[in-house]
Write a protein that binds this ligand. Structure first.
Ligand SMILES: [Zn+2]
Length: 119
């Protein structure tokens, strides 16, 4: 089964809620003037955890520059697209990879269980 989708995207997107640790990091980063956004993902009807789509993680982008109208080419920088909202402009951003981009899903705790069984 392929999840590749061509044409207009009519899927419903979920913006997950976050655990306290990552909320604290986001709040500090915003105080430092960084742009931060929470990654939405397409809803998966079969997922048992609707907050993360059974990925076990929720994803956050911490950015150090943007938005740009075109993908910036700056060496090894990781870039990401954001559709914009009332706080953050639409466009391309350069990620700040000194910040973590994944945090364990606070709802299903799948990531925590995986960590516990693999150690
Ligand atoms: Zn989850």
């Amino acid at each position: 089964m392929s999840d590749f989708y061509h044409g207009a995207d009519t899927r419903k997107y979920i913006t997950p809620y976050l655990g306290k640790d990552i909320q604290y990091k986001i709040s500090n980063a915003r105080k430092m003037g960084k742009t931060v956004f929470i990654k939405a993902f397409p809803e998966l009807a079969t997922a048992s955890c609707r907050n993360c789509g059974d990925m076990g993680y929720v994803y956050v982008d911490f950015c150090k520059a943007g938005p740009f109208p075109f993908p910036p080419s700056s060496g090894k920088a990781i870039i990401t697209w954001f559709d914009g909202n009332q706080y953050t402009g639409k466009g391309w951003y350069i990620k700040d990879d000194t910040f973590p981009s994944a945090a364990p899903c606070p709802h299903c705790k799948i990531a925590e269980m995986n960590n516990a069984t693999s150690s």
